[in-house]
Design a binder for this molecule. Structure first.
Ligand code: PLP
Length: 399
């Protein structure tokens, strides 16, 4: 018998949060670190949302427990927004409000998985997914995607990994960490494949409003209605409204799944903070121009980041269509000497870059694909320029 649970003892620290922690510790020690690690907008939450939270603070009704699945007005607001933004029509009872989309991922796999059930996870994947699946009792199965296909998973990739134990697959478009966005046709093909094999589609659409250029977001159950009975849509206010600290997300799905996940949540965290829920109602029902303004800033930074990265010798960076990350290929810098050190992989390269240039980025190992690094461009324009200039200066040495 171990002192600590083997199940939880096996959980790795979130690599993205670990990078952030190291960068913050250096900053606290007086170093000027530019952090590309954070998966959060640098903007403050828009004022009308903050005002709604202040009003909620003053309302005694918000000082009490509320229903676990969420305030009725928030569940309705999520359903309405889904219909308006994607065309997918659901009842408010199909919405479970969670402490951020992260808890929605945990609740979903806790509710779906029995021991041994396999969940296909396209790689590169958000670092939290495999841990959630494993803690839910499932078995995460990484499915490689091709850089030449913009890291977009295909039906062929998924079919090659399908077994009799395949219960679900995770789909994220726009993607963290690559920023790739699937086309409507690709989503239709994937949704039809899932419906044909009665496999649950867990579609993480938290970056749905952050798409650029010609790219468009399509919600899987909206374009493949026959898959809806086996589909869970994950979402939240964190990325769209600069509300990462407020902790409001949701999952939307068939009622049996929602009630199972809600029962689970009733024994873990109960209702999400009422103040945050009231702020989320204001976000979803209020003026949406703040979303367009932030998107415009991200788009500008996206193009600048890609151009600056591709100008660095040995760095190859695709143009992402969504989210706020770029995912450059850094393999040319692995195994070569830089300032007296020869990084054996991108973990060691990221460490060297932090030590030598005071830039924090997240190595591809965290996302199941060594050789790359995730750079978040959700930071101010000046920091973006400063950080990428420092990276260029360091990596140009000896090239
Ligand atoms: N899904 C993806 C793909 C993410 O990148 C994140 C956050 O980084 C989340 C879900 C969770 O977001 P939150 O828990 O802040 O709502």
């Amino acid at each position: 018998m171990g002192r600590i649970s083997l199940r939880l003892g096996a959980v790795a620290e979130s690599a993205t949060l670990a990078v952030e922690a190291k960068a913050k510790a250096l900053t606290a020690a007086g170093e000027k670190v530019v952090s590309f690690g954070a998966g959060e907008p640098d903007f403050p939450t828009p004022p009308h949302i903050v005002e709604a939270a202040i009003a909620a603070c003053r309302d005694p009704k918000a000082h009490r427990y509320s229903p676990t699945p969420g305030l009725p007005e928030l569940r309705s607001a999520v359903a309405d927004r889904l219909k308006t933004d994607t065309g997918y029509q659901v009842e408010a009872a199909q919405v479970l409000v969670t402490n951020g989309a992260k808890q929605a991922v945990y609740n979903t796999f806790g509710a779906l998985c029995d021991p041994g059930d396999e969940v296909l996870v396209p790689a590169p994947f958000w670092t939290t997914y495999p841990e959630c699946i494993a803690l839910g009792g499932g078995v995460p199965v990484a499915v490689a995607t091709a850089e030449s296909n913009g890291f977009r998973v295909t039906v062929e990739d998924l079919e090659a990994a399908r077994t009799e134990r395949t219960k679900a697959f995770l789909f994220v478009s726009p993607s963290n960490p690559t920023g790739s966005v699937h086309t409507r046709d690709e989503i239709v093909a994937i949704g039809q494949w899932a419906a044909e094999h009665q496999i649950w589609a867990v579609t993480d659409e938290i970056y749905q409003h952050l798409v650029y250029g010609q790219a468009q977001h399509h919600s899987l159950p909206a374009v493949v209605p026959e898959a809806a009975e086996h589909t869970v849509v994950l979402g939240g206010v964190s990325k769209t409204y600069a509300m990462t600290g407020w902790r409001v997300g949701w999952l939307v799905g068939p009622k049996d799944l929602i009630s199972t996940a809600a029962n689970y949540q009733s024994h873990t965290t109960s209702n999400v903070s009422n103040v945050s829920q009231r702020a989320a109602v204001a976000a979803l029902t209020g003026d949406q121009s703040c979303v367009a303004e932030m998107r415009e800033a991200f788009d500008r930074r996206r193009l600048r980041a890609v151009a600056m990265l591709n100008a660095i010798p040995g760095v190859d960076c695709q143009v992402p269509d969504g989210a706020f990350y770029v995912y450059p290929n850094l393999t040319a810098h692995v195994g070569r000497e830089i300032r007296g050190r020869t990084p054996a992989d991108t973990l060691e390269l990221a460490d060297l870059i932090l030590d030598e240039a005071r830039i924090a980025l997240v190595p591809g190992e965290a996302f199941g694909t060594p050789g790359y690094a995730r750079i978040s461009y959700a930071l101010g324009d000046d920091d973006l320029g400063e950080g990428l200039t420092r990276l260029s200066d360091l990596l140009s040495e000896g090239m």
